[in-house]
Design a binder for this molecule. Sequence first.
Ligand SMILES: NC(=O)c1ccc[n+]([C@@H]2O[C@H](COP(=O)([O-])OP(=O)(O)OC[C@H]3O[C@@H](n4cnc5c(N)ncnc54)[C@H](OP(=O)(O)O)[C@@H]3O)[C@@H](O)[C@H]2O)c1
Length: 291
Amino acid sequence: MRVLLTGASGQLGAYLLRELAGRDGQVVAWSGSQTGELGGVALRAVDLGDSDAVARAFGAARPDIVLHVAAMARVADCYRDPPRAERVNTHGTALLAELAGRAAARLLYASTDLVFDGEKGGYREPDAPRPLSVYGRTKAAAEPAVLASPRGVVARLSLLYGPGLAGRPSFFDQQVAALREGKPCRVFEDEWRTPLALHTAAAALLAVARSDFTGLLHLGGPERMTRLEMGRRLAAFLACDPGVLEPMSRGSITDPEPRPRDTSLDTALWRCLFPRYSGVGWEESLRAMMT
Ligand SMILES: NC(=O)c1ccc[n+]([C@@H]2O[C@H](COP(=O)([O-])OP(=O)(O)OC[C@H]3O[C@@H](n4cnc5c(N)ncnc54)[C@H](OP(=O)(O)O)[C@@H]3O)[C@@H](O)[C@H]2O)c1
C-alpha cells in the first residue's frame, strides 16, 4: 500500500504520520511549504494552490490511499485571503478528488464541524451545511467533489485537542502552558463542541481509510463541552489552579465573522461502524497523550 498524506507537517498530519510509522507500506508526506523530515519521513512541499505542482507530485506518488488533511486551517487566515482559501481548500481538494478518481485510489478528506452554523448542535450527516466563515465555506464547498469520487470519504472532524508533535504550539499547548505558569487565559463559556483527541482522530481516520466505507462520516468526541469546561477539566488533570481561566462570552468580542454557538456532532454512525475508536473520553485521552 502506498499512502499519500497531505498536511503531514500540521497538528493532525503529525499524529497520522506517527500512526503510519511502523506499519506496512510506503508513506509519501506532503507539506505546504515546510521541508526536511518528520518522524523519519521526508516532507515534500507541494502547494495545493498550484494545480500543476499537485498533478506532478501526485503522479510521482502513485498512491493507493490519499489521506488529505492539508488545508488553510486557520479561520483568521481564510478571512484575510478568501481567494487563496478557495484555491487551496476547495479547488486543491477537488483536484485531488479528480486525480484519486482517475487512479482508482481511495481518498479521505478531513472536513470540519465548522461547515455548520451552530444554531442547532448535535449535527448528523444528513444535516445541511450552513457555514458562517470563509474557512467553513471553502471546506464545505470541497465536500461534493470528494463524495463524487468513487472511493471518497468525507470525515467531518470536531475540534481537535492534544499536544503538538510538529513543533508548532497549538491552542491546547498554549492553554497547558498558561495553566502550568498560572497565567490568565480567556476561554468561551458559551461555545459548545464535541472535542476529539488528536491520537484518536488519527487512528480512526486510518481505520476508515482502510475500510470499504464511502460517503460522509462525523467524527467527534463522546462528550459535548464548552471551551471553559475543557479548560477546567484540563486544569484538574494537570493538578493546576483552574482560577486562571477567565470565562468570556461570544457576545463580548468583535470577531469579523460570527462564531458558531454549538457545532457538536452526532457521531452515532461512526460509533456503530467503528466502535473501537469512538468512545474514548477526555481524561482517558489526556492520559494517553500526555503521560
Ligand atoms: N484542528 C482542528 O481542531 C480541526 C477541526 C476540524 C477539522 N480540521 C481539519 O483537519 C485538517 C488538519 O488540521 P490541522 O489543525 O492539523 O491544521 P494545521 O496544523 O494548520 O496544518 C495544516 C497543514 O496543511 C498544510 N498546508 C497549509 N497550506 C497549504 C497549501 N497551500 N498547500 C499544501 N498544504 C498546505 C500545512 O503545511 P505547512 O506546515 O508547510 O504550512 C500543514 O501541514 C484540516 O483539513 C482542517 O480543516 C481541523
